[in-house]
Design a protein around this ligand. Structure first.
Ligand code: ADP
Ligand code: MG
Length: 679
């Protein structure tokens, strides 16, 4: 038996079997168990007199004596039927249970119980079907009070959880406070032991709320402490400054076929400032799709080369890494900057290149950097302290023979416009630059919601545009058809589209293809050989084909709004009028309404906010890998609460930088596992 489950087995009802199931739920000790919060609470505190019951479909609790009980087997359906009659001072009601033969022995005639259930009326009067019941006592558990409802689990019922938690009441009531007394006082928080008691066994809905507020505060505070600890960690690290050379920047700008927008200039300036410091920059560059983030960081990388340093740029996909390499190489060539492409499938450019472009695998492969000093992470921000440490090295061992290690500067790019509250919650004070406007006066993309009946509209537009020598994307969520998921697949669509447009060259792209094939298909699409590309969301991030003017999104209900905005951003990347069609595979009013909302809004920030409100941060950040971002009680959209937690964190760390006074709290903060930027 695992040692860790021993503690749990001292609790009533927790034997080896239950302990094992709990372990499956990641509950390995009493602390985990106490922090296994109900997912909801049901107010059964009102006891109703039988005479006052109404068959309204609502749940009621009565307190009544069992006057009669009998169990028999129904001859037709061969199921057990338990029938009983309960009486209180005001009247009587019949109770019926199906297929629970054990009730015969567990329910006792003449005893008083709480019964909770929905009330019905038939010709014999009122009845409750399958009511929950519990012996009357001063401390009822399942009725006659506000009861906790625990997350469903096939082997442990909510009722069982209640029993287990009841065995912990005393332990919880003595649970030590994790916050300094001054913080509890200043922020008027419920003491932790009270909050934990209330969350499991609330006295009233009001006290339950104060308990939720307290525990949500702890969650937000933990995040904010983590962020500030990371900041403090970075401040203490050494980095080589990359001095700003205005003359050089001017020279690069002269090479470009366009002028930088004001927001691009602003962001570039902020980045150059940041990387000229002696501690590592950690900056997030946010900008809507197509706002022109790439060129901004390309200039920073040229600046790094000019100061004698290497840079690395990491993209989330091979396709994107390739595109960055191809698009940026001419500019780098002109600036006497060598560039290499390193992915699992490709290996181009010199071994000692000034700039290395690759996928995220780059840092784990043994690419040898001599003096890496700037790392750009495109479109994905799974970058925590751990990954940074992996890149930590003595950047100039010849120039700096001392033992000091240096961290490169980090810039992450994201096209997921992060709403302010979320940015604050996740990034705290981390530095963010925003490219607010898009280059030039590009026409607004015309977006239309279609149905199965009107999907012809999309096909006609695709044909029309292809005739003008423009190109189109068709996106579907799945690679192959699935028996369990009702959504379109690209393989299916590919066949369908080939039939629909027999004279048009159609391509198929998805993550399951070999990297070399993917690369070839992208090349053929870029060169215009392929006119219509049927693809999964691998095209979502970053692909830049200015000649593409139509995108049609199948099974659109499966995508978050921010994600669809990304997809839509694959078109409208030139002065050509572009079109986006969203086609849900379910004809559902709510879905259509949400998609209509999307069609109306062209602002990534507003869409992200909508996603955050309706679907939570998961819709914006994809599958959440890090516990860092998961809250049980706190609300991501509560900017006010986040600000308060941030202030509290700051005050705490000022007084006690290592949190030595709050060891319990400190043990929850692990900056090595924390995710700094995550998309
Ligand atoms: P994203 O911010 O989505 O990564 P990109 O960096 O790929 O966008 O830029 C989108 C397109 O806009 C590219 O073709 C790029 O060359 C072009 N671009 C960037 N900045 C400007 C600008 N200031 N004026 C015109 N076009 C620009
Ligand atoms: Mg990009």
């Amino acid at each position: 038996m695992a040692v860790t489950t021993l503690g749990l087995q001292s609790i009533p009802y927790v034997g080896p079997k239950i302990a094992e199931i709990l372990a499956d739920l990641n509950i390995k000790n009493i602390d985990d168990l106490i922090y296994y919060f109900p997912r909801a609470w049901e107010d059964l505190s009102q006891i109703i007199a039988i005479a006052d019951l109404v068959p309204s479909g609502d749940k009621f609790t009565i307190r009544a004596k069992l006057a009669a009980i009998s169990t028999f087997r129904s001859p037709i359906k061969r199921m057990y039927l338990t029938q009983a009659r309960a009486v209180d001072d005001s009247g009587q009601i019949s109770l019926i249970w199906f297929n629970q033969p054990y009730l015969r022995t567990s329910l006792k005639k003449d005893k008083e119980y709480f019964f909770t259930g929905k009330v019905d009326k038939n010709r014999n009067g009122l009845q409750m079907i399958n009511p929950n019941f519990e012996t009357v006592s001063d401390t009822p558990l399942h009725s006659g009070r506000i009861i906790p409802v625990y997350p469903e689990h096939k082997n442990i019922s909510s009722k069982m959880f209640r029993r287990i938690m009841k065995g912990l009441v005393k332990t919880i009531s003595q649970w030590p406070e994790i916050l300094p007394a001054a913080v509890v006082k200043k922020y008027k928080l419920l003491p932790l032991n009270n909050a934990l008691t209330e969350i499991h066994f609330p006295m009233s809905l009001e006290t339950l709320q104060t308990a939720k507020d307290r525990l949500a505060f702890d969650e937000l505070l933990t995040t904010q402490l983590t962020i500030q600890q990371i900041k403090n960690y970075l401040k203490k690290q050494a980095a080589h400054p990359i001095p700003t050379d205005v003359g050089l920047v001017k020279k690069v700008l002269e090479q470009l076929p366009f002028k930088l927008t004001d927001s691009q200039k602003q962001a570039l300036w902020e980045i150059l400032q940041d990387i000229s410091q002696k501690s590592p920059a950690s900056r997030l560059l946010e900008g809507d799709v197509g706002s022109g983030k790439t060129i901004v960081v390309a200039i920073a990388m040229i600046a790094a080369k000019q100061s004698g340093f290497q840079s690395a740029m990491m993209a989330p996909t091979e396709v994107l890494a390739n595109q960055h390499f191809d698009k940026l190489k001419p500019l780098f060539d002109k600036m006497n900057t060598t560039v290499a492409l390193r992915t699992n499938a490709f290996n181009k450019g010199p071994g000692d290149a000034d700039i290395v472009i690759g996928t995220h695998a780059l840092i784990y492969n043994n690419v040898q950097f001599k003096n890496l000093n700037l790392v750009v992470i495109d479109e994905q921000h799974r970058f925590g302290v751990k990954q940074r440490e992996a890149l930590k090295h003595k950047t100039h061992p010849d120039k700096h023979p001392s033992d000091q290690e240096f961290l490169p500067h980090f810039i992450s790019l994201t096209a997921t416009p992060i709403p302010r509250s979320l940015a604050l919650g996740i990034f705290g004070d981390l530095d963010i630059s925003i490219i607010a406007s898009k280059p030039s006066q590009r026409p607004r993309i015309i977006t239309q919601v279609l149905t199965e009946k009107t999907r012809k509209v999309a096909y006609q537009k695709i044909l029309e545009e292809v005739k003008k020598n423009h190109q189109a994307f068709i996106v579907a969520p799945l690679i192959k058809e699935s028996k369990t998921i009702s959504a379109k697949s690209v393989e299916q669509e590919f066949e369908h589209i080939k039939n629909e447009f027999p004279n048009v060259k159609v391509g198929l792209l998805h993550g399951g293809l070999d990297a070399v094939i993917k690369q070839k298909i992208m090349k053929d699409f870029e060169s215009g050989k392929i006119k219509v590309l049927v693809s999964t969301t691998v095209i979502e991030v970053g692909i830049d084909i200015p000649n593409a003017t139509v995108i049609s999104i199948e099974s659109a209900e499966r995508f978050g709004l921010a994600q669809m905005h990304q997809l839509r951003g694959r078109v409208g990347r030139s002065d050509l009028q572009s079109y986006c069609y969203v086609i849900p595979s379910l004809d559902d009013e709510l879905i259509i309404r949400r998609l209509e909302e999307f069609a109306k809004l062209d602002d990534g920030f507003k869409l992200a906010e909508l996603d955050l409100k309706t679907r939570g941060p998961g819709a914006l950040f994809g599958q959440l890998q890090a516990g860092f971002i998961k809250y049980k009680l706190a609300d991501w959209t509560n900017t006010e609460a986040i600000k308060i937690a941030r202030n509290a964190a700051r005050e705490m760390l000022e007084k006690d930088p290592e949190l030595t006074q709050s060891p319990m709290l400190a043990s929850r903060i692990n900056i090595n596992d924390a995710i700094m930027h995550r998309e």
